[in-house]
Design a protein around this ligand. Structure first.
Ligand SMILES: NC(=O)c1ccc[n+]([C@@H]2O[C@H](COP(=O)([O-])OP(=O)(O)OC[C@H]3O[C@@H](n4cnc5c(N)ncnc54)[C@H](OP(=O)(O)O)[C@@H]3O)[C@@H](O)[C@H]2O)c1
Length: 229
């Protein structure tokens, strides 16, 4: 246990979510996994494959909830080797010009501000060789942005910008940070594609092959190629 690497995976509450499926894959790869859920309404009952996964409640819009996550991981496990931020909410139904501002704020908080909150909280537990992955989306790319995915797309762009600012400030500590597009899969957010379990394997493979020189990049988990900002 003391030598086992610890992975924290947020947004792991739903059977079809990337977070829960990635938690399972990382477990199989030998990590001790802390998986977070906001509500237990959708949390599947634990099965044998979940052994080694510890579930902790987390609402990334609440600073005290994020601090509580830090406290529990610090007190029980002492370290965090890998943080994968998978929290997300579906794009707004209305165009950005008329969308309720509260809903836009939720997008920014869940996809971007919450990511920074969790990174700041976990950093004291991370050492040289640590890895932080922001699960982003091709929708974040300003190069191709139009009116699609209202609220969601700009919130993902902000999360990418946060990765860009964090990368140089974490370089001296030997921590790698990047944004990864997981590919598409059916969930509450996605509608098409192969199942989340396949996306989870894809993301895990990408994480395992990440080099320190790729810190500060935006990668496509499907092709392994960088995505234009
Ligand atoms: N599905 C796709 O095709 C696709 C494509 C590109 C990128 N992505 C990205 O992949 C990531 C995972 O998405 P998914 O498709 O797995 O969606 P999902 O099934 O809806 O999972 C999202 C997770 O985020 C959690 N969450 C929402 N608000 C939260 C909050 N305030 N605090 C803490 N957790 C919160 C949800 O918890 P609750 O269950 O409690 O709501 C859920 O566990 C997201 O960043 C998404 O943008 C998905």
């Amino acid at each position: 246990m003391y030598n086992q690497k610890v992975a924290v995976v947020t947004g792991a509450s739903r059977e079809n979510s990337l977070g829960l499926n990635l938690a399972r894959v990382l477990c199989q790869l030998g990590y001790f996994v802390v998986a977070t859920y906001r509500t237990d309404r959708y949390l599947p009952s634990l099965t044998e494959t979940d052994l080694g996964v510890m579930f902790i409640t987390l609402d990334v819009r609440q600073q005290n909830s994020v601090e509580d996550l830090l406290k529990q991981v610090r007190d029980l496990l002492y370290r965090c080797d890998l943080l994968v931020y998978c929290c997300g909410v579906p794009a707004l139904r209305e165009p950005i010009c008329s969308a309720p501002i509260d809903a836009v704020v939720e997008q920014l908080e869940v996809h971007a501000v919450g990511f920074l909150r969790v990174v700041q909280a976990m950093l004291p537990l991370m050492n040289k060789g640590g890895v932080i992955v922001n699960i982003s989306s091709t929708a974040a790319s300003l190069a191709n942005m139009g009116a699609d995915a209202p609220g969601y797309a700009p919130a993902k762009t902000l999360s990418n910008a946060i990765v860009r600012q964090l990368a140089p400030s974490l370089r001296d500590r030997g921590i790698t940070i990047c944004s990864v597009h997981p590919g598409v899969f059916p969930s509450r957010i996605g509608k098409v594609g192969s199942p989340a379990s396949i996306a989870a394997h894809r993301v895990a493979n990408r994480i395992l092959s990440l080099g320190f020189e790729q810190s500060g990049t935006f990668l496509d988990a499907v092709s392994g190629e960088p995505i234009p900002w």
